[in-house]
Design a protein around this ligand. Sequence first.
Ligand code: ATP
Ligand code: MG
Length: 311
Amino acid sequence: MNDVRAKRIANFIEPLRVEPGSKVRLAKDFDPAFKAGVTKKRDGRELLRTGVELLAEYQRRLAAENTRGVLLCLQALDAGGKDGTIRHVMSGVNPQGVKVSSFKVPSAEELDHDYLWRYACRLPARGEIGIFNRSHYEEVLVVRVHPENLDRQRLPGASAGKNLWARRFREINDWERYLTDNGFSVVKLFLNLSWEEQRARFLRRIDVPDRNWKFSAADIRERRFWKDYQHAFSEMLSATSKPWAPWYVIPADRKWFARLCAGAVLAHTLMELDPQYPRVSDEARDELSKARAELEAEEQPPTTAGGSRRA
Ligand code: ATP
Ligand code: MG
């Protein structure tokens, strides 16, 4: 039964996976409106509910096993739906086992370090799921589209040369390999939104009063760099989808479908890890039996400390 379910999830997410070594041209290779045969929103929501229950169970096991961790990296263009995806996909999971970190423009302290430092500081511990809302991939996306960010990083001459992006891709691949080798799975999701849908979402933020707070004029300015971002994303996906940490391109024009896909990729990762509740030793089992016997023999609460009764 579990195998059938695992296989169904693996087949469902397969078309979203960026084949390691392939050359991605985002606009041509991935359709932001793809629905993979799930045509009704109601069916999608129902499936997500099942997925959320599955995630809750696997997360409990991951925490109990306390040996491995999972890092989920979420990247998207503005209004891509990162926040809603996190909210819905993690809705059934014990908050104690999940750590969400959002990355904004780096602080002065962060800029005083190497560029991966601030991400390393927020990695999940064993037994945890860490979610990066934006991630170390900003270092080859926004920093590439707006090179003035690079000036603020104060790289010494030799590190800032012509092969900078190729070198960063290699460093990121090496870092993720190091993490996976040490028991931390890296799951990478890119929420792929179309130009038209981003416009529609911005207009909704302007027109619907309850959404005004989400609107930022900076997002509109950033939209002018759409082509540069598409190029940066394509290069990044081509260079950093690796067998140990592949990218999944999530069709993001329909929020319900994006959430379903994100949940499926995370569920797939956890099912592959298949964490187990720890088995107790014979000695510990004897202790349990003794404790049971003592509890069953109890008649009344003790009247003094240590259980002795006064005459
Ligand atoms: P929201 O959904 O709330 O808008 P957000 O992730 O877009 O979430 P913002 O505060 O709007 O958060 O934007 C964060 C900004 O920080 C983005 O414009 C992003 O490009 C920028 N940023 C993130 N990492 C870096 C980085 N390493 N260097 C420069 N800018 C960065
Ligand atoms: Mg924003």
